[in-house]
Design a protein around this ligand. Structure first.
Ligand SMILES: NC(=O)c1ccc[n+]([C@@H]2O[C@H](COP(=O)([O-])OP(=O)(O)OC[C@H]3O[C@@H](n4cnc5c(N)ncnc54)[C@H](OP(=O)(O)O)[C@@H]3O)[C@@H](O)[C@H]2O)c1
Length: 323
């Protein structure tokens, strides 16, 4: 099979095309012929020194390192004991290095049935491929950890910081689909896009402190910070009693400590992709109630360029690689 990867664990290794033996699915596994791959910041964060790289090295397969989680494609082989999906099914899912799996920057991936969801014909591979990590993270932030469904109808208010990015664009739409009054924070150039996603109000962080401007719409049930770099205390001050501040970029010791600050309303999450978590998102896509905006489509061979774009922190929407 054809992959884009780093030949060794040296963080300076560029991503290069590599040929690896095509894997056969073992018992309980399925193999997918990949049609589209979503790029997430975790893909390039795993290439640099730090906790994510260490975890991938300790728990993941031996070198070469193949980054990537998101994929959409067609099941082309299944191992014994797999009844949830069949050869020929269109699926969307995420790989998991902690299960010893290689990343998704490849024309072929191995996964388990509880990591994929069958995809209706009406949803394109590109749209689906860009969904998993960002969608699951948005859903967990707003619904599971944010507790939006438990909030009284007149208290369903959500603030999304970084509303034009991969996670943010989906968090805005999930909040709206759940009936919340939704405020998005982004730069002025993306304000119209965020409004078009359904945000009731948009705050331009270049025009002044958005957490001060957000007081006019407080209290919120959920403050989802997808950007990082904003004061957790100021985010918590915008919450109603029982509300939640979700720190989406959370791989720092400082973020962990924030969970211990009274009234214990800050939360970290791990947007791990599962069938169960994909289900409501695929349903919303099939009903045309969710849009995944794709900012860049690139061939898989240009993965290095995709990482440079993602690292700029300025991409509005998702980047998709096509093998
Ligand atoms: N915990 C988890 O499991 C998990 C899962 C997914 C992602 N993450 C992390 O969450 C972060 C966001 O991920 P992503 O995929 O959404 O990234 P992304 O798509 O690269 O986010 C880019 C967006 O960030 C916005 N932005 C940059 N600076 C901002 C600021 N100061 N205020 C508000 N918005 C700002 C930009 O909007 P403008 O151009 O309008 O400024 C841009 O649209 C990353 O650090 C990622 O690693 C964590």
């Amino acid at each position: 099979m054809h992959v884009m990867g780093q030949p060794t664990w040296a963080p300076t290794d560029p991503l290069i095309p590599l040929e690896l033996p095509t894997p056969q699915p073992l018992d309980g596994e399925l193999r997918v012929s990949v049609r589209a791959i979503g790029v997430n910041p975790v893909d390039w964060k795993m290439r640099s020194r730090g906790p994510l790289r260490l975890a991938a090295r300790l728990l993941g397969p031996a070198a070469p390192f193949v980054p990537g989680v998101d994929f959409a494609g067609v099941v082309d082989a299944v191992g014994r004991g797999v009844s949830e999906v069949r050869v020929g099914d269109r699926v969307v899912g995420g790989t998991d290095f902690s299960r010893g799996q290689r990343g998704s920057y490849a024309d072929t991936v191995i996964a388990r049935p509880d990591q994929v969801h069958v995809l209706p014909d009406s949803v394109s591979f590109e749209t689906a491929g860009a969904l998993p990590v960002a969608g699951v993270t948005a859903w967990m932030s707003v619904v599971d950890l944010g507790g939006l469904r438990e909030a009284p109808a007149d208290r369903k208010r959500v603030l999304v910081i970084g509303a034009s990015g991969g996670v943010g664009q989906l968090a805005v739409q999930v909040a709206r689909a759940e009936g919340a009054f939704t405020v998005g924070v982004c730069s002025g150039r993306n304000a119209e896009r965020v409004r078009a996603l359904g945000a009731d109000e948009v705050l331009d962080y270049q025009a002044g402190d958005p957490l001060v401007a957000a007081r006019a719409f407080a209290p919120f049930q959920v403050v989802v910070d997808c950007a990082g770099g904003y004061s957790p205390a100021a985010c918590r001050a915008l919450l109603r009693s029982g509300g939640r501040h979700i720190m989406v970029p959370g791989e720092t010791a400082g973020a962990v400590l924030q969970m211990l600050v009274p009234p214990f309303s800050s939360r970290l999450l791990l947007g791990r992709v599962t069938t169960e978590r994909l289900a409501p998102l695929v349903a919303l896509l099939a009903q045309d109630r969710l849009r995944v905006e794709i900012a860049h489509r690139l061939p898989l061979a240009e993965a290095e360029q995709a990482h440079a774009l993602s690292q700029s922190g300025r991409v509005a929407g998702k980047i998709v690689l096509v093998p």
